[in-house]
Design a protein around this ligand. Structure first.
Ligand code: CP
Length: 297
């Protein structure tokens, strides 16, 4: 499948070969790039808060000479007057060459892609998927280890509602023989995703914070905003905290898609294991590569 005009909705739609190609193009962008998107416009339509995804997409577009239009919340847009997502997409596709969208509703990115004649990039649809986060996570892992194959990787925290964990686990299953999934019982990986991953990779699902033997500890935030019942969140918050003492014993790296709340102590930031800020920086070359691929091929 060609890249020009391609939607980026779910990591499921990308083969190992596709992912490798994105990582290769990202590495090239990291070294050298030109103004390949002069004259192109990106619509960044964010119906949910974001710092990293929105700003790194904007930076990526500017770095390539393109322009960005959009909004950061539905307040102030005609959504407030009752305009549907489909109509909003039909408008912004007439103003731009690509849409990047974050929306709290699962499946909204797919609907936008089915509506739009220009490529749609899913910047997070509810608890479902966050595919460009996975590309940058894999890029960060490869940058640190020179490979992804054979690494021992553990995903920790809210694996039920965490879209970055869903996408990453699926992406990693193309590369690793086994994957450790650490979550409280009530926040375990949804069975339909575990089933899909376990067809390619052995899963070690557990509730204790066993980090021994891991090359990558991928911490995640408990997704307070996704809980239907705030009392349920209160019972679970703070369940795993990576302290400095604990992190210093890790023979590998600590990653986190961010934002963090209390699951990584700030004292961990000064350790050599802490790679989460470097990880966020990987969003720029990776999103530059993706934008160029879907708009230019
Ligand atoms: N990792 C991530 O999606 O961060 P933002 O919510 O700040 O975009």
């Amino acid at each position: 499948m060609g890249w020009k005009g391609r939607d980026i909705i779910s990591i499921r739609e990308f083969s190992r070969k596709d992912i490798d190609e994105v990582l290769k193009r990202s590495s090239k962008m990291d070294k050298k790039h030109n103004k390949s998107l002069v004259g192109k416009k990106l619509s960044a339509i964010f119906f949910e808060p974001s710092t990293r995804t929105r700003l790194s997409f904007e930076t990526a577009m500017h770095n390539l000479g393109g322009e960005v239009i959009g909004f950061n919340e539905s307040k102030g847009t005609s959504v407030e007057k009752g305009e549907s997502l489909v109509d909003t997409v039909k408008i912004v596709e007439r103003y731009s060459d690509c849409i990047v969208m974050r929306n709290p509703l699962e499946g909204s990115a797919r609907l936008a892609a089915e509506t739009s004649s220009i490529p749609v990039i899913n910047a997070g649809d509810g608890s479902n998927q966050h595919p460009t986060q996975t590309f940058l996570d894999l890029y960060c892992i490869k940058k640190n280890f020179g490979k992804i194959e054979g690494l021992k990787i553990g995903l920790v925290g809210d694996l039920k509602y965490g879209r970055t964990a869903h996408s990453l686990a699926l992406g990693l299953s193309h590369y690793v023989d086994s994957l450790r999934l650490i979550s409280p019982q009530n926040l375990s990986m949804p069975p339909h995703i575990s089933k899909e991953i376990s067809s390619r990779t052995k899963l070690d699902e557990r509730t204790d914070l066993k980090l021994e033997g891991l090359d990558v500890v991928y911490m995640t935030r408990i997704q307070k905003e996704r809980f239907p019942d705030v009392e349920e969140y209160e019972k679970t918050k703070g369940v795993y905290v990576l302290t400095k003492e604990r992190a210093a014993k890790i023979n590998g790296i600590v990653m986190h898609p961010l934002p963090r709340v209390d699951e990584i102590s700030p004292e961990v930031d000064s350790l050599k294991q802490a790679k989460y800020f470097e990880q966020a920086a990987c969003g720029i070359p990776v999103r530059m590569a993706i934008l160029e691929m879907v708009m230019k091929g």
